[in-house]
Design a protein around this ligand. Structure first.
Ligand code: FES
Length: 361
């Protein structure tokens, strides 16, 4: 079964001056399923080259009939400019099937507190997650801490406010604005920091920490602040899931260049190691030299493994190492638990032992 799908654009909605949401028809003759919080990896032909970009689905698989993504225009970001300015209704875009591990299990009997930190377009997967949780889990509370540059750039503002009215006993939005109007009193002004995070968390419904789950998605500086606040406030970091933006260096000063972060620690052999990759019903055996990643070698052999950012940020290339050992140049996108379960990213992964076997869903 191919992991590529074709999606016809049904609708484009300008959400803010810099962001659009794009709704697609359900692909025909293709099994299309996704979990709230997952993303699509678009494959775009640009200037004679194939470029991939991952964008989170903002639609809920439960409450929305059609799949949709939201995209914010990024200065100097060719692809985000293309996706926000050039594509039009009726266009057909190629994508990989939905993927990603930034999700949670939605169970009707759950009685938990989902605390979601979103920064700017980091709202996209959160919008999907919160709609799904509110709909499926009738006894779950959801708190959204939503940081933005200013009032004009709040993506899904109207929809979120109407959900807050609809679920007024279970859904609360806490707005943080970097540049708030002088008389604005609806939330917090300035950047998130530890003292604001403490105040906000203290103001939320009191739910046993065991039944609380934290998720965050936003710019790297914001996520670092939240992680540091968790450490300072002695909150359990293993309950904090995060989704990295998979921006390229051209698209973000925070972006990472693949070759900058690949530091080859694999000095075991000049030859590298032979590995086995199981994917899409096939088994591929090939040798990975120390200075190459597993994905690089696979692509050079025309093995069509899934990938997007190629910098260890998006998890599109996620696999599980079921035998042998793999070193990752970048582990930030995976939680300690996922690493302990053998999850690896082929785009930053190097085998460092004999007998490596990797399974990719
Ligand atoms: S392709 Fe994005 S993490 Fe590997």
């Amino acid at each position: 079964m191919s992991n590529r799908i074709f999606l016809r654009i049904r609708n484009i909605t300008q959400q803010t001056p810099e962001a659009v949401s794009i709704t697609f028809d359900k692909p025909e003759n293709t099994h299309f399923e996704y979990k709230a919080g997952q993303f699509l990896t678009f494959i775009i032909q640009k200037d004679g080259k194939e470029v991939r970009r991952a964008y989170s689905l903002c639609s809920s698989p439960i409450t929305d009939e059609l799949p949709a993504v939201a995209i914010k225009k990024v200065q100097n970001g060719n692809i985000s400019q293309y996706m926000t300015n050039e594509v039009k209704v009726g266009d057909i875009l190629e994508s990989l099937t939905p993927m990603g591990i930034f999700t949670t299990d939605f169970v009707p009997d759950n009685q938990r507190h989902l605390v979601l930190f979103a920064g700017g377009s980091g709202i996209t997967p959160m919008f999907s997650i919160l709609k799904t949780a509110l709909s499926i889990e009738k006894n779950t509370k959801v708190s959204l801490i939503y940081a933005n540059k200013d009032n004009e750039n709040i993506i899904f503002k109207t929809e979120l406010e109407s959900l807050e009215k609809q679920y007024n006993d279970r859904f609360k939005i806490i707005t943080v604005l970097e540049k708030a109007p002088f008389f604005w009193t609806k939330g917090y002004k300035g950047y998130l920091d530890t003292s604001k995070i403490k105040k906000i968390l203290d103001s939320l419904p009191k739910v046993n920490i065991r039944d609380t789950e934290f998720m965050m998605c936003g710019p790297q500086p914001m996520m670092r602040v939240i992680e540091n606040a968790f450490k300072e406030l002695s909150l359990p970091l293993d309950k904090l899931k995060k989704e990295n933006f998979s921006l390229t260096p051209e698209e973000s000063a925070e972006g990472k260049v693949k070759n900058d972060i690949i530091t080859t620690n694999n000095t075991n052999t000049k030859e590298g190691f032979e590995i086995k990759v199981k994917y899409d019903g096939e088994e591929h055996t090939f040798k990975v030299p120390p200075q190459k990643t597993i994905l690089e070698v696979a692509l050079s052999l025309n093995i069509d493994l899934p990938f997007s950012c190629q910098s260890g940020m998006c998890t599109a290339c996620l696999g599980r190492c079921v035998a042998g050992k793999v070193h990752l140049d970048e582990e930030d996108a995976l939680t300690p638990k996922e690493l302990a379960q053998g999850m690896i990213l082929t785009c930053v992964g190097h085998p460092i032992s004999e007998g490596v076997i990797i399974e990719i869903d």
